[in-house]
Write a protein that binds this ligand. Structure first.
Ligand code: PHE
Length: 512
């Protein structure tokens, strides 16, 4: 069998795959809501600054960690410093958990896309949400189809799977979102009210909370702190410039988020102004699965088309994010257990599917809402544990690792760090690389720490969480993962050869 050399074949393929990971549900449903809730354009300013000060720096750091080792995350972090392999293990566990619940959400988006087609689902998505998420069969079936698509792409490998599909799906997503946004902007009266609602700058509404929310969003949206960029970086050769690519990914990511908000709020303003008047926009799934179907229904016949395109686009955004999560886990399993890619992704997919079933059942009213842990549905529990607790830890350590712990080069002098990075082939323009080494050493880790601490304080004092029994459970889940990865790493993995990307070709050859 002819063995392909694994890795990204082109710069644009890599950028689109990175953008595919970055652009996800966070852009399409969290971002527009957060802008509206936190002072409009004022939030956008804070968000762009966060991308520059935190997102880009952490992204380059993670890409570099992977590029330097050309290996799975555990090997990559241990090659930065022998003591850091447990971080690599942690960042394999995080995407593992996230995928289990992300496929549930992905399944919902697929259901809404299919249901938008009159002959397939009746075309009516208004008020089906509550019933659908309580249906124990449908939620699982749609989740399985969604996960199946992602596994199929991963099986194809980095070049023929991830890169090729990103090159097809991402341009599709861009075309659809621009088309929908233009359509919504042309809906006539009310559009400007909707836009004013979305973007009217209000720095009083932003506040410290808003700034923290902007930083957290920047971070989540750039897919940081969970090994994704380490893994994708490990598949790049020197011809792909990491700084430039990270910049392009950030630009795509931010534009899609902004455009999504333009479309959503124009449509709400033009078609459902009562929502603005009553100020009844809620965060999370309600905006996407309850309010927007109502807005689409008000569009008349063309509403079916827009609704289908919209949910298909959301499903595309979700699937390209899930493949990046799956790749982190697959890459590790392939290299650690020396099994081929197809087998690895199938096994991982099956395990994730099994775990996703109780998660799907714990949301909504399936089995009379019996499946809950400490009052939480599992989706919220996993989501909080990973987003608020674990991802900042992953990104913080990534920056610290690059800034301070490359081999034994522990020096507070950014210039020394700079020369290590240069010697390692991290090519940035000279001024930028100086700024980068100061940022990665001091500024970005400090800001991430702030997000983590402020985020935790906020959650601990949040009335909703207090009434549910407290925020302590997500913290326990997160804490257990940190401890487990430290223990497993030292007990079993410390002295093991954990493999590199080159192994995959050998495994392919021997199993061909
Ligand atoms: N960046 C994705 C988004 O904005 C979210 C994501 C999180 C993707 C975790 C992969 C992993 O929705």
């Amino acid at each position: 069998m002819e063995v392909k050399k694994n890795g990204f074949a082109s710069k644009i393929g890599f950028i689109l795959a990175g953008a595919g990971s970055a652009i996800g549900l966070g852009n399409l449903w969290s971002f527009p809501y957060k802008v509206y809730a936190n002072g409009g354009a004022a939030f956008v300013v804070a968000y762009i600054l966060s991308i520059l000060l935190i997102g880009l720096v952490a992204m380059v750091a993670e890409l570099y960690i992977g590029r330097r080792a050309s290996a799975n995350t555990v090997t990559s972090y241990s090659k930065i410093n022998k003591k850091l392999g447990w971080v690599g293990l942690l960042v394999v566990l995080i995407p593992f958990l996230i995928t289990c619940y992300y496929v549930v959400l992905g399944g919902w988006t697929l259901k809404f896309a299919v249901n938008s087609i009159p002959v397939l689902g009746g075309g009516d998505n208004v008020s089906i949400f509550g019933e659908f998420i309580s249906d124990p069969v449908q939620t699982v079936v749609f989740g399985l189809i969604f996960l199946g698509l992602a596994v199929a792409i991963i099986m194809g490998g980095v070049k023929a799977g991830i890169e090729k599909m990103s090159k097809i799906l991402m341009p599709m997503l861009f075309v659809i979102i621009i088309f929908i946004a233009i359509y919504c902007l042309c809906l006539g009266e009310g559009v400007s009210d909707g836009l004013a609602f979305y973007l009217m700058p209000d720095f009083n509404k932003l506040g410290l909370d808003g700034v923290i929310a902007a930083m957290g969003q920047a971070f989540y949206s750039m897919s940081l702190g969970m090994g994704i960029m380490v893994s994708y970086g490990s598949y790049t050769g020197k011809e792909i410039k990491l700084g430039q690519s990270a910049m392009m990914i950030a630009i795509f990511d931010t534009c899609v988020a902004l455009i999504a908000g333009l479309g959503i709020f124009s449509a709400i303003g033009a078609l459902s102004p009562e929502i603005l008047a009553n100020n009844t926009i809620e965060a999370g799934p309600t905006l996407m699965f309850v309010i927007l179907p109502q807005v689409f229904a008000d569009m008349g016949v063309f509403g079916y088309v827009i609704s289908f395109l919209f949910f298909a686009m959301v499903a595309i955004a979700a699937v390209t994010s899930v493949i990046s999560l799956l790749e982190v886990v697959s890459q590790y399993v392939i290299q650690r257990f020396k099994i081929n890619r197809k087998k690895a992704s199938l096994i991982i997919g099956l395990i994730m599917f099994a775990i996703s079933i109780p998660i799907a059942w714990s949301v909504g009213g399936a089995f009379d809402g019996a499946i809950k842990v400490a009052g939480y549905d599992l989706l919220t529990l996993f989501d909080e544990a990973t987003n608020t607790v674990l991802m900042p830890i992953g990104a913080f350590i990534s920056c610290m690792a690059v800034g301070w712990f490359i081999d034994k080069n522990i020096t507070p002098n950014p210039m020394a760090t700079l020369s290590t990075l240069k010697a390692d082939g991290l090519e940035l323009n000279p001024t930028i690389s100086m700024i980068f080494s100061v940022m990665v050493k001091y500024v970005t880790p400090a800001l991430i720490l702030l997000v983590e601490i402020a985020g935790l304080i906020g959650k601990f004092t949040d009335a909703d969480y207090i009434s549910m029994g407290g925020y302590i459970y997500p913290v326990i889940v997160g804490g257990l993962m940190v401890v487990a990865s430290i223990v497993i790493f030292y007990a079993y993995l410390k002295n093991k050869t954990l493999g590199t990307n080159a192994d995959e070709e050998i495994i392919d050859k021997t199993t061909a």
